[in-house]
Design a protein around this ligand. Structure first.
Ligand code: ADP
Ligand code: MG
Length: 263
């Protein structure tokens, strides 16, 4: 059985990438789909949101330099079927250092290859920093599908256009010819705000096959959970945010044919 690699990348911060990476991963794990979160943001928000303490030397920094393997960085979480490769601030140096090496865009792909082929995971979800730098580009080179977190706000479509252009360029340049825009997750949706509804409508019209039906509501519970080091399901299992990420996981599992592991 295969392993599908997703990256949640885009050039903006604060749009719900990490919240989506962590809670989508946790919801897939709840469905018994073995899932690995790869924290590729030096700020390590996904690491702390999963209750794992940052630790010097525990990140992909070494493996991306050819020192050690990604296996050595695997860290369990408190939840079944959910593992993490953590991050810490050292990873920030990669932005400069990788650019001086050969095949610098393909580094992450090679580092993740053995994990992907290990049979241990059905899904790998990469959480990216809020810029399309070296780390995010590496994730786009390594992924099967890009998931775009899009905040329901003014200028959302411009941001979407930019990331779609980057995907096209990477495909044409042969960096990742099969990279697919897997879906668009509309985040921080507030049904009382007309603009939010308009943005969703516009994205639906432009990219009807890409937008997920599930809209992630803006709720304070989703923003509180990370400070307790928990996904929303361990913090407030019956909240609207928890329901939304469960619905999203169902859509993702169906769209990409992710099945629960039998071993
Ligand atoms: P990114 O990773 O794109 O920078 P985050 O997921 O960290 O974005 O979200 C940015 C901020 O917004 C965080 O404080 C987070 O807790 C909060 N947030 C994210 N999604 C929601 C939501 N649906 N409702 C309320 N707050 C949210
Ligand atoms: Mg983030």
């Amino acid at each position: 059985m295969g392993c599908t690699v997703f990256t949640i990348a885009n050039q903006k911060g604060g749009v719900g990438k990490t919240t989506t990476a962590v809670n989508l991963a946790a919801a897939l794990a709840e469905r018994k789909i073995h899932t690995l979160v790869v924290d590729l943001d030096p700020q390590a928000n996904a690491t702390s949101a999963l209750g794992v303490e940052k630790q010097e030397g525990k990140s992909l920094y070494g493996p991306l330099h050819g020192e050690g393997s990604a296996f050595e960085m695997l860290t369990p979480t408190a939840w079944p079927h959910l593992a993490l490769i953590p991050s810490e601030q050292d990873l920030a140096a990669i932005e400069i250092e990788l650019a001086q090496q050969q095949n610098y865009l393909m580094r992450l792909r090679s580092v993740l290859e053995p994990l992907r082929n290990s049979g241990g995971y059905r899904a790998i979800i990469i959480d990216c920093p809020p810029a399309l730098g070296m780390l995010s580009m590496n994730s786009l080179a390594a992924a099967d599908h890009l998931l775009i977190a899009l905040q329901c706000e003014y200028m959302a479509l411009e941001g979407l256009g930019q990331i779609l252009k980057v995907v096209e360029r990477l495909k044409q340049a042969g960096v990742n010819p099969t990279l697919d825009v897997g879906g668009i997750v509309m985040t921080m949706f507030d049904s009382r705000i007309n603009l939010a509804k308009q943005v969703v409508e516009e994205v639906r019209q432009h990219l009807p096959d890409k937008i997920f039906q599930t809209l992630i509501p803006r709720t304070v519970r989703l923003s509180e959970a990370p400070s307790f080091g928990k996904p929303i399901f361990a913090y407030d299992a019956n909240s609207p945010g928890a329901k939304a990420y469960r619905d999203l996981a169902k859509e993702v599992a169906e769209r990409f044919n992710l099945k629960e592991a039998t071993v």
